[in-house]
Design a protein around this ligand. Structure first.
Ligand code: BGC
Length: 345
């Protein structure tokens, strides 16, 4: 029985490493490794030191994500330091350099600016530190220069499409006033993050692909922020009034802000206006259940954290990633009033 269990465990480990997308080859020790690092054939798990850089702590979704990361890593016996980049790329660069000087075994980095990815990759490559990038996806070409690097995230176009589908699933397909077109406002995240660009594009594309005519009343950058979501929505409702049939928010935090303005304007979600977000934050799940949000899309923070750690362990065991195969995606899931209970704790 013991032997069987051991065999099963080995099989599960091999399969999970393969699922992470790495080439699962154990490499010879890299000569570029700093001298103060011990290199073993086996994963450095149980006792390794890990540096985690978060773009800013003051982000609702990344708070869930970083807490999950910390819990999983500490649960596996790693020594973890999680640092706040305060939305400042220069500060994050310093934090990465400090981790490298301290000789961490691996890094998990949520870049402040996607446009800084090439510099970050160059730094970790020079230091020879296995690195998992999360949440802000660089281009395949930028990642290709370093084979001990992987990106773990989601395919943002999928979440956009799901937001559009949530509107298509309503009884009038979003056309509340029956004038033959869906008039919407778009509250966008920080467009530096590809999630913002793709959600904006694909939410609307789902409607037009289904043959639905659309009219964009306004598109405003809300930087993923609840208060900005509230202000933008209040301004748009003041300007466009009943013309607004759909409020697309690139994330839930902005949607929660928008909801406050929708309610303050005396509008009623799912009756005279639709509202969708992304992330499935606890607050948003409550609003979906209460009928105050049309729906949201699960951005699986726990699943991504688990996958990031799994990939990190693969890298520590010697996995390398071929160019063009360095993005590992976790699926989004549509959240509606019907299935919202499945996502609530
Ligand atoms: C999330 C946002 C979050 C952003 C941070 C996105 O994937 O949906 O809520 O603010 O990542 O980069």
């Amino acid at each position: 029985m013991k032997k069987f269990l051991a065999l099963l465990l080995t099989l599960v480990m091999v399969l999970s490493l393969a699922a992470c997308g790495g080439d699962t080859q154990t490499e010879e020790p890299d000569t570029e490794e700093p001298a103060d690092q011990t290199q073993t054939e086996e994963p450095a798990a149980q006792g390794g030191t890990i540096g985690v850089c978060i773009y800013k702590f003051d982000d609702a979704f990344m708070t869930t994500y970083r807490n999950a990361l910390q819990e999983i890593l500490e649960g596996k016996g790693y020594t973890v330091t999680v640092v706040d980049g305060n939305n400042d790329q220069a500060k994050q660069n310093e934090q990465i350099n400090t981790f490298i000087t301290q000789g961490v075994d691996a890094l998990i980095i949520n870049p402040v600016m996607t446009s800084a990815a090439a510099t970050i990759i160059d730094t970790v490559k020079t230091a020879g530190i296995p690195t998992v990038l999360i949440n802000r996806e660089p281009t395949a070409d930028e990642m290709a220069v370093y084979d001990k690097l992987v990106y773990v995230g989601c395919d943002a176009s999928q979440s956009g499409t799901m937001q559009g589908e949530l509107i298509l699933d309503t009884p009038n397909k979003g056309d509340i006033n029956g004038d033959g077109k869906v008039s919407y406002i778009m509250i966008q995240g920080d467009p530096e993050n590809i999630d913002a660009k793709l959600r904006t594009e694909y939410s609307v594309k789902a409607l037009t692909d289904a043959g639905v005519e659309v009219e964009q009343l306004n598109l405003t950058r809300g930087d993923w922020d609840r208060e900005k979501g509230q202000t933008i929505c209040a301004n748009d409702l003041a300007q466009f009034g009943d013309q607004v049939e759909v409020v697309f928010c690139n994330n839930d935090d902005m949607a929660i802000g928008a909801l406050q303005s929708i309610q303050a304007a005396g509008r009623k979600v799912n009756e005279d206006i639709y509202l969708v977000g992304v992330d499935a934050l606890d607050a948003a799940l409550n609003e979906v259940q209460a009928g105050n949000m049309t729906g949201t899309v699960l951005n699986d923070a726990n699943g991504q954290a688990a996958k990031a750690v799994e990939c990190m362990e693969g890298l520590l065991a010697g996995d390398t990633y071929a160019a063009g195969e360095q993005s590992v995606y976790v699926d989004y899931v549509k959240v509606t009033p019907e299935n919202v209970g499945d996502f609530m704790k």
